[in-house]
Design a protein around this ligand. Structure first.
Ligand code: BES
Ligand code: MG
Ligand code: ZN
Length: 490
């Protein structure tokens, strides 16, 4: 599928169909089309009682006029329309085109004149994200022969299209990786994937094996991985701009290629979908892929502790005490709280790089989903100003985040009730917060840090907006947008 701009007057468009985006209760944008088409479309919309609510799409045959049919795509109430509304509308349109087996269309938006870079980018992203499927393991492809050829954006902005493609393709790349099962992506193959990515896009990539991981003092990551037949890997990707970087940012991703719970084994229905426990890592890889193309004036490090959490004679156990890379001792209460144990070492390593900022993304706790529902990521921070910037950015990308507090010192005591420096669980209540407090123990002094608990939004059980069932690639666009902002502003 190609996304391109159509620079000419829409009346001169010669294809079969046009897709007109409209605000709720306002069909005026149809008047942009040639008279015959416009009148027919408007009349049918009224007859069909089409309102233009978000998600509503009407296909109107307009045979005998300049095009064969018009898609009227609802954006919802004008005052609620933002960048993400365009992204979702564009995805809904593309999903409908697939169903209708329509090969091409041109998008017309309500605002007159040239479409801004931001909205063009959102429409481009929506189209590419909405066209995503993961069907490589279906021997007989469902709609085998059909592919959308092109989505044009009337008076679209070229730079918006260029950026939108890079952002959405990075997210789809992350989704593909998340959707790969544990027998395909394990710590070794994930590291190979990182190497391949680095080679293809021109990044530096270092992979450390289980022996080197131990030598580096990353016993926490090592311990989590040692119950698996596939040993852990530590992955370090580096992007350096040609000039002096405006900032140094480290991205950390939880990379559990499968989380069985370990000796504290998960019951079957909780274990299902735990191939997605590598979503944070996949997001980091997707971001690095895009960063290599976008070339911001920011130094970016992508860090992943890849491990598989398995029960075994060699597995780490409850009661074990493990020394992390920053010298702190961790007592294990529950082997299923493994993500934070691996991140202890990766955050310690990240801190040694002395970055200005660290963002970590982790499918860390079921408790976060209990607190916020499955569509919103928990946000935790030691730096309110940095968190505000991420929240503002996430509003634009449509990736929902909500901050949870880290100032409850009584709650913090729950991870201190141990023979060691810190315990790896803090009990049932406030589980997402005590997990974040655990991570904070491994963030170096003076480094601004945001932790995103993406346990909910990293995976979708249903098809909605630009998501299909499965991995969502959540976090990719917000981090990219933020890094690009740092690159252009500071
Ligand atoms: N990977 C899980 C968290 C998770 C749960 C992600 C559901 C996505 C969907 C994590 O490793 C885990 O098992 N956490 C435990 C922690 C508990 C043992 C303190 C949890 O949330 O139950
Ligand atoms: Mg677990
Ligand atoms: Zn996990």
């Amino acid at each position: 599928m190609e996304v391109r701009a159509f620079k000419d007057d829409i009346k001169k468009y010669k294809g079969k169909s046009v897709a007109v985006f409209v605000y709720e209760g306002d069909l005026k944008p149809l008047a942009r089309l040639s008279k015959g088409t416009s009148n027919k479309a408007k009349r049918v919309a009224e007859l069909e009682n089409f309102k233009g609510k978000e998600g509503e799409i009407l296909k109107v045959p307009t045979l005998g006029t300049s095009v064969d049919f018009v898609y009227i795509v609802g954006l919802g109430k004008k005052e609620k329309v933002g960048e993400d509304t365009y992204r979702r509308a564009s995805a809904n349109l593309v999903k409908r085109m697939r169903r209708d087996k329509v090969e091409s269309t041109v998008v017309v938006i309500p605002r007159r004149g040239d479409v801004s870079k931001e909205i063009t980018k959102a429409i481009t992203e929506g189209a590419i994200l909405g066209n995503y499927r993961f069907d490589k393991y279906k021997s007989k492809k469902e709609d085998e022969k059909f592919e959308i050829k092109e989505v044009l954006i009337n008076r679209g902005d070229e730079e918006g299209i260029r950026l939108g493609k890079i952002f959405a393709e990075a997210q789809n790349y992350a989704r593909n990786l998340v959707n790969e099962p544990g027998n395909v992506i394990n710590p070794i193959t994930l590291a190979e994937e990182a190497k391949k990515l680095a080679e293809e896009f021109g990044l530096e990539c270092k992979v450390y094996d289980e022996k080197q991981i131990q030598e580096m003092g990353m016993m926490a990551l090592y311990s989590v991985g040692k119950g698996s037949a596939t040993p852990p890997r530590f992955i370090h990707l580096i992007y350096k701009p040609s000039g002096k970087p405006k900032e140094k940012i480290a991205l950390v991703g939880k990379g559990l290629t499968f989380d069985s719970g370990g000796l504290n084994i998960k019951p079957g229905d909780y274990m299902r979908t735990m191939k997605m426990d590598k979503s944070g890592a996949c997001a980091v890889l997707g971001i690095m892929r895009a960063i290599a193309q976008l070339k911001p004036d920011v130094e970016v490090h992508g860090l992943i502790g890849a491990a598989e959490n398995m029960p075994d004679g060699n597995a780490y156990r409850p009661d074990d005490v493990i020394k992390a890379k920053n010298g702190k001792y961790i007592e294990i209460d529950n082997t299923d709280a493994e993500g934070r144990v691996t991140l202890a070492d990766v955050l310690s390593y990240a801190s040694e790089l002395k970055p200005d900022k660290i963002i970590d993304m982790a499918t860390l706790t079921g408790a976060c989903m209990v607190a916020l529902g499955e569509y919103t990521a928990g946000l935790f921070t030691n730096a309110p100003d940095f968190a505000e910037e991420i929240k503002k950015t996430a509003k634009r990308t449509g990736e929902r985040v909500w901050e949870l507090p880290m100032d409850d010192e009584r709650l913090r005591k729950k991870i201190k009730n141990t023979v060691a420096d810190v315990l790896n669980t803090g009990g049932r209540y406030g589980g997402a917060i005590t997990a974040a407090m655990f991570l904070e123990e491994f963030v170096g002094e003076g480094i601004k840090w945001v932790h995103l608990d993406i346990a909910g939004p990293a995976w979708s059980k249903e098809e909605y907006g630009y998501y299909t069932k499965g991995g969502t690639g959540f976090g990719v666009r917000t981090c990219l947008e933020y890094i690009m902002k740092v690159s252009s502003n500071v």
